[in-house]
Design a protein around this ligand. Structure first.
Ligand SMILES: C[S@@+](CC[C@H](N)C(=O)[O-])C[C@H]1O[C@@H](n2cnc3c(N)ncnc32)[C@H](O)[C@@H]1O
Length: 160
């Protein structure tokens, strides 16, 4: 048994719907930490990007170990080979840019979460340590509609 306590709350414009992954868009995206954690943000602004970890608290579907991402043309993959929000431990991970930090509030680029999602942790995203130039698209690479589906996996809006 592991018990986490949230360190704050994520504020976004999204109610009942959010993009599949973070997308660059204007809007009010904020990590509002409990004031007692504000000191822990010291020097975070020196980084351009951060990892945001959160509790995906409003999952409604039952857990399945094999999932068929809605955008992937029916292919079935293990939940751990997916970014599905329905997981044994519903922990979400998003990489976003810091816009600015004021007291206990981190203003960020777009996040892919519902407004009010509980915030679990923030970590700096570090050049070379975290960016892997030989990373690939996994099973998406084998699909016939690869280039189109990569837009989905990246959360890039498109109209075809
Ligand atoms: C596919 S998940 C990806 C989350 C994260 N970027 C990751 O890879 O772990 C993003 C989706 O989770 C859902 N979602 C976001 N916040 C949620 C919340 N608080 N409770 C339940 N579902 C949520 C939305 O449908 C959103 O499109």
């Amino acid at each position: 048994m592991v018990i986490f306590r949230s360190i704050g709350v994520i504020r976004t414009p999204y109610v009942g719907w959010a993009p599949y992954q973070p997308v660059e868009e204007e809007g009010d995206f904020r990590l509002v930490l409990e004031p007692r954690y504000a000191e822990g943000l010291h020097k975070l602004e020196s980084f351009r990007y951060i990892y945001v970890l959160y509790y995906i608290d409003r999952v409604q579907k039952p857990l399945e170990l094999i999932v068929a991402p809605s955008w992937a043309g029916g292919i079935r993959v293990g939940v751990f080979a997916s970014r599905s929000p329905v997981r044994p431990n519903p922990i979400g991970l998003s990489v976003v840019r810091i816009r600015r930090i004021e007291d206990n509030v981190v203003y960020t680029s777009g996040l892919d979460v519902f407004d009010g999602t509980p915030l679990l942790d923030i970590k700096p995203y570090i050049q070379e340590l975290d960016a892997k130039p030989d990373a690939n698209y996994g099973w998406v690479e084998d699909l016939p509609d690869r280039d189109h589906l990569i837009l989905h996996i990246k959360g890039i809006p498109h109209d075809y």
